[in-house]
Design a protein around this ligand. Structure first.
Ligand SMILES: *[C@@H]1O[C@H](CO)[C@@H](O)[C@H](O)[C@H]1NC(C)=O
Ligand SMILES: *[C@@H]1O[C@H](CO)[C@@H](O)[C@H](O)[C@H]1NC(C)=O
Ligand SMILES: *[C@@H]1O[C@H](CO)[C@@H](O)[C@H](O)[C@H]1NC(C)=O
Ligand SMILES: *[C@@H]1O[C@H](CO)[C@@H](O)[C@H](O)[C@H]1NC(C)=O
Ligand SMILES: *[C@@H]1O[C@H](CO)[C@@H](O)[C@H](O)[C@H]1NC(C)=O
Ligand SMILES: *[C@@H]1O[C@H](CO)[C@@H](O)[C@H](O)[C@H]1NC(C)=O
Ligand SMILES: *[C@@H]1O[C@H](CO)[C@@H](O)[C@H](O)[C@H]1NC(C)=O
Ligand SMILES: *[C@@H]1O[C@H](CO)[C@@H](O)[C@H](O)[C@H]1NC(C)=O
Ligand SMILES: *[C@@H]1O[C@H](CO)[C@@H](O)[C@H](O)[C@H]1NC(C)=O
Length: 817
């Protein structure tokens, strides 16, 4: 997609808009300037604020000595900087991922041999801004990061897909600028089998090691290749060089073999350079850092081909242009909208495009010309909102990710669930590539050829998940045999191949996975399969125990519950794993999980976890009134957990009870209460009291972006639940259709600060000038057509979905999708 072809439809759109509207509309040409990269970068947010391309492999950033440095960085000024490493993830839990190959500048050491190279000895504070908030002197924008260290060294970072470019500007006082390459310190001190050597003639450093995965049992090898260049002057050979081990640099050694005896896990190289000969100019040294999962040689060739000229400004400008092109596909009107809301929106959209990361060419496990995407961390987190958001404006990357997943299935037998650093990670619930492939196919079945996706391979990959039990369904695939035999996952089945846990959650997720497959089968004209999988999608009802009540919830009757092989029910307190759990249990992977639920309480999953058939859920709960009052109970008693994906849909569930105004208000209250643009602006572990555990920041980002856009998607269907956007208009340009869809909020009067009340409720909807059947959902057709959607807003929260027979959003049991 060139900038030109993206701008063309916008020019047209602006013309049309100014013809039909009196208000002026200007497109946002530099959305990168609206992205705040520091949101959620402390307090367990684990958000990565460094430099990367959209879905780039290299994510170069500062590492700090904060306890929760999963993404390296922490915005609190009292943490020290410890290095500038090339690879990170954003917003993940597990152990610290990647954080590999840290570079470190020394302004002065008393001598080469006395340079404190180990991570604890070298670390320093950052400079502090005198802004009253004691913020560190750090800056970040898409594709760029900079910081001023207390040693008066200025650090700047930018990136291409597999290469980082660093610039270290030393203070004028620095007579012996030095840069260390740290080969072995990942975030976990897990390295084994290191290699590392330097060439004193060229200053090239090559190295690598084996490291532990973050959330799975595997290990992986990674490699780096570092070259140096003076910025605006000839750097010359290093004046001193050597490898180091812990705090001991050994002058004139060139290979870590010369010093490594197998019991130290801190190893690297140290180079001293002459300062800029022109003493009126700063000593700025560029370090180009290639990375590869294949070999050190490939790390060098990646760097040479991606940044041949060490052009920092050019690399930075190119990264920013790529971000602007992508983010600019979504345009919002800003009149009457707080700047913070606009910032929150583009920052959330930005975080949607950090992971998965494009590791094409870097898969060490098999050779293939297909794309290879990694950092699928985890599909459980991202299938709900991240991919549906990509459907709206980024089908080409989405298609490449899908091709990568299909290729993994062809080579490993099953679709990936969670994956990082080329290794399988632990699955959370079901096999959630199923709804992702379903989402792709429902949206783009007519474009599969243009997008180079094989429909046959896609369907076969889904069938493998649905029908074939893998040897270890803790890592990929499903507990397929039990699912097929019992139509639920029994609580007392000790099935070889995985932990006997999370049975209720898995039952619900396998049902939704089968729904996604039935959607694909239907579009392929395979009616028999479509019916078969739609039936299996109804299996969620098999774990509904109609007799369960909950303390403090009069009228709440019936819950999802564990069920035994003999058909009788076990019992899990509905409050289990909620913030009102009397036993304060956890429902994470590290717990011996015997209650049947994963990362959510029975209360939460019993109201939200059946997107394919909410109508049936309402029936099970005793009808509309009971359903609405159960939703109110969930919010009023604080069972809603914004930090946890199973809760994400709950604020929008009132739509199904024909009370869309309540959805609008609840979802706006969630944004007001839990999201802002501060460094603590993501709901993090302060809300989950039982275990610091963080979500893929792309999952949180895309969820916030949808709420702000006034929609909530139903993955693997054509429907988007509809509310009102936070903007007078929002437009999505979809490059595969070459069409822009615009949602206009007529009567927009701004957003209530606390999310309560306001003129924000949707009274009626017109599409391309004609009345639309529902105030509660939009169809994918609208986005495929590139329509104009006009919403009429009111301050009456009592609005309804409409009079038409299909005004309520669809459900399987009321006729389907
Ligand atoms: C995209 O649409 C615009 C007008 O909406 C048109 O000018 C342009 O040629 C189209 N581009 C392609 C590649 O079809
Ligand atoms: C660091 O110092 C430089 C030079 O004094 C200044 O221009 C820059 O704004 C400071 N901050 C950052 C984050 O680079
Ligand atoms: C560096 O250059 C010198 C002189 O040309 C040469 O003797 C030496 O072998 C070179 N060292 C390496 C590691 O290539
Ligand atoms: C991929 O192909 C290269 C070149 O033929 C070969 O060296 C390498 O071993 C292959 N990798 C795998 C995992 O098969
Ligand atoms: C599809 O494949 C063709 C041929 O390899 C290539 O030219 C084209 O760019 C690809 N399209 C996409 C969207 O990946
Ligand atoms: C059903 O199985 C459970 C668990 O094995 C057992 O505790 C219960 O007594 C059984 N009930 C009947 C009616 O067989
Ligand atoms: C931003 O949100 C966080 C997390 O919900 C909260 O702790 C913080 O007080 C909020 N800050 C502002 C300025 O609203
Ligand atoms: C929200 O703000 C409005 C207007 O400032 C105020 O009247 C109302 O009481 C607030 N509601 C809540 C729940 O804080
Ligand atoms: C999309 O366009 C088609 C063909 O022009 C039309 O029949 C259909 O009603 C449109 N759908 C929507 C949702 O606008």
């Amino acid at each position: 997609m060139t900038l030109h072809s993206f701008l063309a439809p916008f020019a047209l759109w602006i013309t049309l808009f100014t013809l039909t509207s009196t208000s002026t509309s200007q497109s946002i040409t530099d959305p990168a300037s609206l992205v705040n990269l520091f949101i959620g970068t402390t307090n367990g947010g684990h958000v990565f604020p460094g430099a990367t391309l959209p879905h780039g492999m290299v994510k170069v950033g500062m590492d700090t000595d904060s306890p929760e440095n999963h993404a390296g960085y922490d915005a609190e000024p009292y943490y020290h900087a410890t290095g500038f490493s090339q690879l990170h993830d954003s917003g993940t839990g597990g152990a610290v991922p990647l954080s590999l190959f840290k570079l470190w500048p020394f302004a002065s050491c008393s001598s080469f041999e006395k340079c404190p190279t180990s991570i604890d000895s070298r670390k320093v504070l950052r400079k502090i801004l005198k802004n009253g908030e004691r913020s560190p002197d750090d800056f970040a924008s898409p594709g760029y990061f900079s910081s001023n260290l207390s040693t008066s060294i200025r650090v700047e970072l930018t990136a291409t897909r597999r290469t980082a470019l660093h610039r270290y500007t030393f203070p004028a006082s620095s007579k012996t600028p030095r840069i260390a390459v740290d080969i072995t310190n990942d975030g976990q001190m897990s390295s084994t089998d290191p290699i590392g050597y330097l060439d004193p003639n060229t200053s090239r450093v090559m190295g690598g090691a084996s490291f532990a995965a973050s959330f799975g049992p595997g290990r992986y090898r990674a490699y780096t290749c570092v070259d140096f260049k003076g910025d605006g002057y000839h750097l010359g050979k290093p004046t001193e060089y050597g490898v180091w081990l812990a705090d001991y640099p050994v002058k004139e050694s060139t290979n870590i073999n010369q010093v490594y005896f197998g019991f130290v896990d801190q190893l690297g190289t140290l180079l001293t350079f002459a300062p800029n000969p022109d003493r009126n100019k700063p000593t700025s040294i560029l370090a180009r850092v290639g990375v590869s999962f294949i070999s050190p040689e490939q790390a060098c060739s990646n760097a040479e081909s991606e940044i041949p000229d060490f052009n920092f400004e050019g690399t930075q400008a190119s990264a920013r242009a790529q971000w602007n092109e992508l983010l600019g596909r979504v345009q919002v009107g800003t009149k009457g909208v707080d700047k913070e809301v606009v910032e929150l929106f583009y920052s959330s959209l930005y975080r949607t495009h950090i992971s998965p990361a494009d590791y094409t060419g870097e898969n060490p496990l098999w050779n293939s010309t297909e794309p290879y995407y990694d950092s699928l961390y985890c599909n459980w987190d991202t299938y709900r909102t991240l991919y549906p958001l990509m459907s709206l404006h980024d089908p080409v990357n989405f298609a490449r990710i899908v091709r990568g997943m299909i290729n993994i299935q062809k080579n490993e037998g099953w679709l990936p669930e969670c994956r990082g650093a080329t290794q399988q990670h632990y699955i959370q619930g079901g096999s959630n590539a199923d709804p992702i492939l379903g989402e792709f196919f429902v949206k783009f079945h007519d474009q599969v050829n243009a997008l180079n996706v094989s429909a046959t391979d896609l369907y076969n990959a889904l069938l493998a998940d649905a029908e074939k039990q893998p040897p270890n369904w803790n890592l990929q695939g499903r507990q397929a045999n039990a699912w097929k035999k019992y139509n639920y996952i029994p609580q007392d089945l000790y099935d070889a191949g995985g932990a006997s846990s999370k049975q209720v959650s898995r039952t619900l997720e396998h049902a939704f996975g089968d729904f996604a497959i039935s959607q694909v089968a239907k579009l392929l004209g395979n009616d028999a399969d479509s019916v078969k999988y739609a039936q299996r999608a109804g299996n969620f009802a098999n774990v509904w125990n109609p007799t369960v009540t909950v303390p403090g919830g009069p009228g709440v009757l019936g819950m999802m519950q564990p069920r035994f092989i003999n058909g009788t029910f076990g019992f899990t307190d509905p409050r289990h794993c909620s913030i009102h759990d009397p036993t304060m249990a956890t429902c994470y992977l590290n717990a011996a999980n015997r209650d049947g639920f994963y990362e959510s309480s029975p209360i939460v999953v019993s109201i939200s976890y059946v997107p394919q058939d909410t109508a049936k859920l309402i029936e099970l709960q005793g009808g509309n009134e009971k359903f609405i009052s159960r939703l109110d109970f969930v919010f009023d008693q604080n069972y809603f957990d914004s930090t946890d994906e199973p809760s994400q849909q709950i604020p929008f569930m009132y739509h199904y009870g024909n009370r869309p105004g309540l959805s609008t208000q609840r979802s706006r209250q969630v944004i007001a209460q839990y999201f802002n643009t501060s460094i603590r602006g993501l709901p993090g572990n302060d809300v989950i009291y039982f275990l610091p555990y963080v979500k893929s920041s792309g999952a949180m980002g895309s969820y916030a972006a949808f709420y702000l856009a006034g929609m909530y998607p139903l993955p693997a269907t054509g429907q988007f639940l509809l509310s009102s956007p936070y903007f007078p208009r929002i437009a999505f340009f979809n490059p595969i259709f070459n069409k822009t869809t615009t949602i206009i909020a007529n009567g927009f009067k701004g957003n209530p600060a606390n999310g309560t009340g306001g003129s924000v409720f949707v009274k009626s909807v017109k599409i391309d000038g004609l009345p639309w059947k529902s105030n509660c959902y939009l169809d994918w057709d609208t986005f495929r057509n590139g329509s104009t959607v006009e919403l009429e807003l009111t301050d009456d929260i009592g609005v309804a979905c409409g009079e038409a027979p299909d005004a309520l959003p669809p459900s399987l049991s009321t006729g389907g999708f």
